[in-house]
Ligand binder design. Structure first.
Ligand code: GDP
Ligand code: MG
Length: 163
């Protein structure tokens, strides 16, 4: 079985955009139980010759934003537990939000190693946001643009030790 990368983060940071870039058309597994596909998509990811299983999650996109347990959807929890590495995305343009900090705390309570990417950082626009993300206490964040395909070598270097 391939090593697994779980993409996590608050809504709208670019998780699905990155998933689609890594997986392309190699979408492997679609679970048709209601609610499941929405929370978790899996596929075979490829990046500069590296091959891994990748999971897109939406566990922080629950309809009840006040309830943290509500957002900890079962599938996201399972994805992080199963994964060899969690790829935590933040939005470099918006900078850190309270929900990012909450997710960081939640991730620290797991044994799964975490790497932090500051997405939407095309053309260096996200440098301030990337630096802010050091405060999450999860190591050195790297700049990424899932949409424009920038920072993929840094993504490769970050994932490689774990897969
Ligand atoms: P998710 O909710 O975390 O899965 O985020 P999505 O992948 O659905 O992306 C949310 C929005 O951010 C969409 O409008 C994307 O086009 C946009 N987006 C994703 N990645 C990037 C990026 O690297 N740069 C910019 N500027 N926008 C992005
Ligand atoms: Mg999504």
């Amino acid at each position: 079985p391939l090593p697994t990368v779980a993409i996590v983060g608050r809504p709208n940071v670019g998780k699905s955009t990155l998933f689609n870039r890594l997986v392309g058309k190699r979408l492997a597994l679609v679970d048709d139980r209601p609610g499941v596909t929405r929370d978790r998509r899996e596929g075979e990811g490829q990046l500069l010759g590296l091959q891994f299983r990748v999971m897109d999650t939406a566990g922080f996109e629950d309809e009840d934003p006040q309830s943290l347990p509500g957002r900890m959807r079962v599938q996201t929890e399972a994805a992080v537990r199963e994964a060899d590495v969690a790829l935590f995305l933040i939005d470099a343009r918006e900078g850190l939000t309270p929900l990012d900090e909450e997710i960081a705390r939640w991730l620290r309570s797991h044994d799964t190693p975490v790497i932090v990417a500051a997405n939407k950082a095309e053309g260096r626009s996200g440098e301030a946001g990337r630096l802010e993300a050091f405060a999450l206490g999860l190591g050195e964040p790297f700049a990424l643009s899932a949409e424009h395909g920038e920072g993929l070598v840094d993504l490769f270097e970050a994932i490689r030790p774990h897969v």
